[in-house]
Design a protein around this ligand. Structure first.
Ligand code: URP
Ligand code: ZN
Ligand code: ZN
Length: 472
């Protein structure tokens, strides 16, 4: 299988007559791929080629970069349902050619052990290139000292949780210590910003009062507690002289904190996810049956229409820089353990496959985003922020030949019956989206054709990423 992938990816491939869209502009052009990289972009590139792909009427994007996934992640006695094999095939079918997954430190263990564990799960299994962030759950002095080693090993980003006390949460002093370290060595903190202490209190009170249906997950995690945590995280980062990346922004209130900080010149970067742009919480906690409501038990929770509109405006304006998925899938039966007590439902939902199609449909086709801004938020900005640019995130000479040929007049039908993710529901079941991923190349080899994965299993490579460089 490895020999086949070498032969395929050293071919000379010519993508003819497409509209090449980068974050900085578009051009009618051919793209020549040689030796796994983009060798030329321009009009009427001469042959011969081993393979010609006709992209007339098609858009040619750089491959998508999804910087927030949880593949093969243990959670108590269960684990997320997609492993690096199934999850990255699904990602590829949707036009994503790079993932950066969260390796989680176990209490009493080192960051290096987390990285080694996740490397063993991904290497030889991932169908597309992959990198890692590390979640720090146990900040002993020797762990703090490991932060610079991780940056040097190509893992320069660290997730810290302000939520999940007793499991993942760090206190403010610990968060400040990590921010100071990362500021000194080119690291970047990715912050899960929800006030876990107050949320835990609200959850316990709700359960005691008999408010146990899955819909109460959302009411016990109000937007004010996300905004408060974002505000606190930004204040700590400013004091530490550190940049800050706020993951999965879900609410207008939290976004306002990011926008205010950016307005002051703070180096704060905001991420949101399709679910927060496109889905709303049920009108009341008891509005849905338990099985339906359990599907969207994610943290932070879904909000209302006003937050969706604010996030779209933030994306268009530039206060939200990245759209990632927070792909964290569990089977419906795994979610069902908490039908009678929402606090026991595993948090997370699937999404790795349809990020590009959903954003194209609701962003570009609906007139909310230009095609260039779409490329910026799904590919260029995540690549830049996480030390992968210009190897990833751009169609340009010298970049890895990770390319998506996208048919803007095609359509994508979303259903759990046909998706590639190993999970038995889809948050967007039944939707028909404008535009379709047609062909996907990863480092010069065609891995998706007409919606089918045709690449080698386990063809992805580990990406050692560069330290964080602030925007000028
Ligand atoms: O509910 C979610 N988002 N689960 C995944 C873990 C996280 O906090 O990102
Ligand atoms: Zn999180
Ligand atoms: Zn996550």
């Amino acid at each position: 299988m490895f020999a086949v992938s070498i032969i395929l990816s050293s071919m000379r491939v010519l993508i003819r007559n497409g509209t090449v869209v980068n974050a900085t502009g578009r051009q009618q052009a051919d793209v020549l791929v040689e030796d796994r990289r983009v060798a030329a972009v321009g009009p009427a590139i001469p042959g011969p080629a081993d393979r010609v792909i006709d992209a007339t009427g098609r858009l040619v994007f750089p491959g998508g970069v999804d910087v927030h996934t949880h593949l093969d992640m243990p959670l108590g006695a269960i684990r997320t349902s997609d492993d690096f094999g199934t999850g990255t095939v699904a990602a590829a079918c949707g036009g994503t050619t790079t993932v950066v997954d969260y390796a989680v430190q176990s209490r009493g263990h080192s960051l290096r052990e987390a990285l080694d564990e996740w490397m063993a799960r991904a290497a030889g299994h991932a169908a597309i290139d992959f990198g890692f962030h590390v979640c720090i759950a146990d900040l002993r002095p020797e762990v703090e000292a490991e932060i610079a080693d991780m940056v040097a090993a190509g893992v320069p980003s660290f997730k810290l949780f302000m939520a999940y006390p007793g499991r993942m949460m760090l206190d403010d002093g610990e968060i400040f210590r990590v921010l100071r370290r990362t500021a000194a060595c080119g690291g970047l903190v990715c912050l899960h910003a929800e006030n876990g202490t107050v949320i835990d209190l609200l959850v316990r009170e709700a359960v005691r009062a008999g408010h146990t249906a899955p819909g109460y997950h959302a009411t016990t995690r109000p937007a004010a507690l996300e905004a408060e945590a974002v505000h606190r995280g930004i204040a700590l980062a400013r004091l530490a002289g550190a940049p800050l990346y706020v993951v999965h922004l879900s609410s207008a209130e939290a976004l306002a904190e990011v926008a205010a900080a950016r307005g002051r010149g703070d180096r704060v970067i905001g991420e949101t996810c399709p679910q927060y742009l496109l889905l709303a919480a049920a009108a009341t906690p008891d509005a849905e049956d338990a099985r339906t409501a359990a599907r969207t038990v994610i943290s932070p929770p879904l909000r209302g229409r006003a937050s969706q509109n604010a996030l779209w405006a933030g994306l268009a304006r530039g206060d939200v820089q990245v759209v990632a998925t927070d792909h964290c899938p569990f089977f419906l039966d795994q979610k069902a353990v908490g039908h009678a007590d929402f606090s026991t439902i595993p948090n997370g939902a699937p999404g790795i496959e349809h990020r590009m199609a959903l954003l194209y449909d609701a962003g570009v086709a609906s007139g909310r985003l230009s095609a260039e801004r779409f490329v910026e938020v799904v590919s260029a900005a995540p690549a830049r922020t996480f030390g992968l640019y210009p190897r990833k995130g751009v169609v340009a000479v010298g970049a890895d030949a990770d390319l998506v040929v996208f048919d803007p007049s095609g359509e994508t039908r979303v259903s759990a019956a046909t998706h590639h993710m190993r999970v038995d529901y889809n948050l967007y079941e039944g939707r028909t989206l404008a535009g379709a991923v047609e062909t996907v190349m990863a480092r010069g080899g065609v891995i998706v054709e007409r919606g089918r994965f045709v690449g080698p299993a386990g063809g992805g490579r580990f990406l050692a990423r560069a330290p964080f460089i602030p925007e000028p």
